[in-house]
Design a protein around this ligand. Sequence first.
Ligand code: FPP
Length: 231
Amino acid sequence: MAEKQNALPRHIGIIMDGNGRWAAQRALPRSAGHREGAKAVKRTLEAASQLGIAYLTLYAFSTENWSRPPEEIQTLMDLLEKTLDEYQKSANKKDWRVLISGERDRLPAAIVAKMDALVRATAENKGLTVNLALNYGARQEIAHAVNRLIKEGLQTVTPQDISLRLYQPQIPDPELIIRTSGEERLSNFLLWQAAYSEFYFTPVLWPDFNAEELQKALEDYRARKRRFGGV
Ligand code: FPP
């Protein structure tokens, strides 16, 4: 009997890595790598949307990224703000729904306001859900869930109690997590949700990622045998 193939994942998480190395290879400043990275984000959203992927979580800024030089943080925040502006104009046309996962503290007020406006404006859209992980850390997310449970006064908790109090409890766990640039680690991304995720690592640097690279990841995923602890 033919092996059962995995269907299309409903939810893909992406750790977008390698912007700095892409720039260094061209003797360009790191900011140039991030700008190209923002273009790759757009391409990837279009490709995922056309393929019929339901949820895409993008690791845009981690809680650890605050330790980067201030100029680099500024570049990333400027790019984010520009991206939020663009999506505010185009997300409804594309029927994309935007969600933001992360802690709001430390983010510039202008960005928080634009995030909220975009989430509100796209709340009813039915196409691709783009979950931007922004000032995101998975341990912080789990602590956030546990703090809610403490406030609610629960004495014992089940894994489901925790799942239901994460930032986006309505999103199914990611079947596939992609990391670019040859690094093979989770770096505090979706630790709880990744319990049964398949991982796909590619040496391609994030600014070079495109529809074809996404297809390769999906082909690889299709061939995996997912057993969830069974036989
Ligand atoms: C990793 O490259 C990338 C990031 C720090 C975050 C991703 C940011 C973008 C793709 C740009 C804008 C994002 C949006 C959503 C508009 P790195 O700097 O760690 O690369 P390196 O490991 O080669 O130094």
